[in-house]
Design a protein around this ligand. Structure first.
Ligand code: UD1
Ligand code: CA
Length: 488
């Protein structure tokens, strides 16, 4: 690869068809902005410099690009006067940054083609250089060329021009080979040609594509290299196209994971973001979304109907019908069904978070269990402890959040409330229905319920005439006749 490669990414356009307050290139596909995908592909080519042209909503687009690619030079195009104008603005910004282009190759890409791959750009730049062309066009043969610039070739098949839709003759409109927009240009040629491009055309814009005509007029070589995989150069102009690109990209990601040894029962309902990492022999069941920077260890089984965002799931763990965010589940642990793991949840190895349990900022030790119907917030639970069904960690006093600590191998009973801040010691226990307001020392049994008192005949006396009273009376009558029979 050349040591002198510059990439210019055009991202100044408005994207009005998105009908969005979010700039078009910041719309996300499989967990990353469209322009973020393009910048990844571009970086794979190891360019000497990347310049991004921004305009519309540049107060949002500019910082995002700087975050994705801190070294990128930002060129501001105040008015979108066409792709040729955008490139001129880029060349000026590069010069201002001390990177005036004299030789080497310039690659042009657009900020809204998220499926573009680094390998494609690399091969394209290499072919361009091998051909010693002034301009190379990454073209595509498509069924519906409407709207694209058409590649016009002469009788010998040599490229003579790119003609835009609005400027095309009826015959030219029949051409199915289109300009993807991705171009490679000789830097010296481009620096000169860019000053000669005018806006004398149907749209009154400065067309970068006029560089083709200018090269041919100077007797220079122009090549068009068709790409088979046209998805890679597809842009999203509206939300329907955005969804179509997202589905295709997801399909590619899911297929890649299956090839790498992940079992996916239903690829159609499985969504995996670009930055997710999966180990071999992971199994994903239908209706599962693995988002953000989620990682899943070997032999873990995820799903069905589970969403994990930025989660770390250990080897052999099982996560069923769960919604989790920024949670860590260690090896062999089990979660779900119907669990809600909020940020800061860490479940130790072989531990359990069961049905209808919500956790937040909760560290649950190895082998510890919260099996049923509980809320565990701002808590630490030691290894081997079992939390009874229906336990609420009451962390909020209405003003401030407080922590609860439960020690190792404790056994707390059903329907407890732990009123934070409070500590339950190692090996301690609680009775059913206990409200723990004071610390429980290690090994102690805490009971807060009063002894049970039965008031006989209460229903018959206080609920006379109701089915409740009748049922009670009938039961007692049965008992009496039973006793009478036994006496006989
Ligand atoms: C352009 C090409 C066309 C090609 C098509 C592929 C030209 C003249 N035409 O047409 O041959 O088939 O792309 O999609 O190049 N942009 C700027 N500043 C501007 C104008 C555009 O940054 O002043 C950016 C846009 O944000 C967009 C890209 O350049 O990302 C393409 O611009 P667009 O107006 O969509 O070009 P098309 O008319 O589609
Ligand atoms: Ca376009």
């Amino acid at each position: 690869m050349t040591t002198d490669l510059t990439v210019i990414v055009l991202a100044a356009g408005g994207g009005t068809r998105m009908k969005s307050k979010t700039p078009k290139v910041l719309h996300r596909v499989v967990g990353r902005s469209m322009v973020g995908h393009v910048l990844r592909a571009v970086s794979a080519v190891e360019p000497a410099c990347v310049c991004t042209v921004i305009g519309h909503q540049r107060e949002l687009v500019g910082p995002h690009i700087s975050e994705e690619l801190p070294d990128a030079v930002l060129a501001v195009q105040e008015q979108q006067l066409g792709t040729g104008h955008a490139v001129r603005v880029a060349l000026e910004a590069l010069e201002a940054a001390g990177r005036k282009l004299r030789e080497g190759t310039v690659l042009i890409a657009y900020g809204d083609t998220p499926l573009l791959e680094g390998a494609t750009l690399k091969a394209f730049a290499a072919e361009h250089e091998a051909a010693q062309a002034a301009v190379s066009i990454l073209s595509g043969v498509v069924a519906e060329p409407f709207g694209y610039g058409r590649i016009v070739r002469d009788a010998d098949g040599e490229v003579v021009a790119i003609v835009e839709e609005k400027d095309a003759t009826p015959e030219q409109k029949e051409i199915s080979e289109i300009n993807s927009g991705i171009l490679a240009l000789d830097a010296a040629f481009l620096s000169d040609a860019i000053t000669r491009i005018d806006n004398d055309n149907a749209k009154g814009e400065y067309y970068l594509t006029d560089a083709v005509k200018l090269a041919r007029e100077s007797g220079l070589t122009v090549t068009a290299l068709p790409i088979d995989d046209v998805w890679q150069t597809e842009g999203a102009n509206d939300r329907a196209q955005l969804a179509a690109l997202g589905r295709e990209m997801n399909h590619r990601i899911v297929t890649r994971w299956m090839r790498d040894g992940v079992t996916v029962m239903d690829p159609e309902t499985t969504w995996i973001d670009a930055d997710v990492a999966l180990a071999p022999d992971v199994t994903i069941l239908p209706g599962t979304q693995l988002l953000g920077a989620t990682t899943v260890g070997e032999d873990a089984v995820i799903g069905p109907d589970t969403t994990l965002e930025d989660c770390e799931i250990g080897e052999g763990a099982r996560v069923v019908r769960t919604h989790a965010q920024l949670a860590q589940v260690e090896a062999g642990a089990s979660v779900g069904p119907f669990s809600y793991l909020r940020p800061g949840t860490r479940l130790g190895a072989d531990g359990k978070i069961g049905a209808f349990v919500e956790t937040k900022n909760a560290q649950i030790g190895a082998g510890a269990k919260v099996p049923h119907l509980s809320y565990v917030g701002d808590a630490e639970i030691g290894e081997g402890t079992n939390i009874g069904a229906g336990t609420i960690f009451a962390n909020y006093d209405g003003v401030t959040k407080h922590r609860t600590k439960v020690g190792r191998h404790a056994r707390t009973a059903s329907n407890n409330t732990f009123v934070a801040p409070v500590e339950i010691g190692d090996g301690a226990a609680t009775g059913a229905g206990t409200v723990v307001r004071k610390d429980v020392p290690p090994g102690a049994l805490a009971v807060s319920q009063g002894p049970q008192r039965n008031i006989p005949g209460w229903a018959q006396a206080r609920r006379a005439g109701t089915p409740q009273a009748e049922a009670a009376a009938a039961a007692l009558a049965d008992d009496e006749s039973g006793e009478a029979a036994a006496e006989d």
